[in-house]
Write a protein that binds this ligand. Structure first.
Ligand code: GDP
Ligand code: MG
Length: 166
């Protein structure tokens, strides 16, 4: 099985940390350099039975200027072309306007979306329950997966769920 996966989410939710854990230090650090290449491959996870190509999607955030509008269109097209979108949020932050903006963009695609709730090591299980309740009604997520990218909790399970969608 092989397929393309795009990780989106506000800055600092833990996208690079997740990629570092899944793919390895070197590649994710390289991909953090600011640059303008679009639809860039951030890294490839390979095992005997599966290959997952992680694609960067710059410009999915709220545009601050005119170039932002153009980048938004590119980002929209990327989201339509990948097999799966991981929408990552920070469990310790509330639903922000940045998240609402991204969710609106998701509504234009038919690509399945996993809601990945990261940093669960920093919250109480009761809080996790209320986050899931809040987000569940906003979009028909294909899966809702709580993880800690930093500590590795549930990351293997998320990979398994990704593979099932490819
Ligand atoms: P990005 O901007 O989405 O790529 O976010 P980063 O991967 O750079 O992470 C931003 C910050 O959150 C860093 O200080 C990470 O160490 C921290 N972080 C990422 N994942 C986790 C997690 O699962 N738990 C905790 N406690 N911190 C995390
Ligand atoms: Mg990053």
């Amino acid at each position: 099985k092989s397929g393309f996966v795009s990780i989106i989410g506000r800055p600092n939710v833990g996208k690079s940390t997740f990629l570092n854990r899944v793919i390895g230090q070197k590649i994710a650090i390289m991909s953090d350099k600011p640059q303008t290449t679009r639809n860039k491959i951030q890294g490839v996870y390979t095992e005997d039975q599966a290959q997952i190509v992680f694609i960067d999607t710059p410009g999915i955030h709220k545009p601050k200027h005119k170039l932002g509008d153009f980048m938004m269109k590119v980002a929209q097209n990327t989201l339509k072309e990948v097999d799966l979108i991981l929408f990552m949020i920070n469990a310790t932050e509330g639903l922000g306007r940045g998240d609402e903006f991204i969710i609106e963009r998701l509504k234009d695609t038919k690509t399945p979306v996993f809601l990945v709730i990261n940093k669960i090591d920093e919250i109480h299980p009761d809080e996790l329950f209320s986050i899931i309740t809040n987000y569940k009604d906003l979009y028909p997520f294909a899966e809702i997966v709580p993880i800690s990218a930093l500590q590795g909790n549930n990351v293997e399970r998320l990979l398994d769920q990704i593979k099932q969608r490819l």
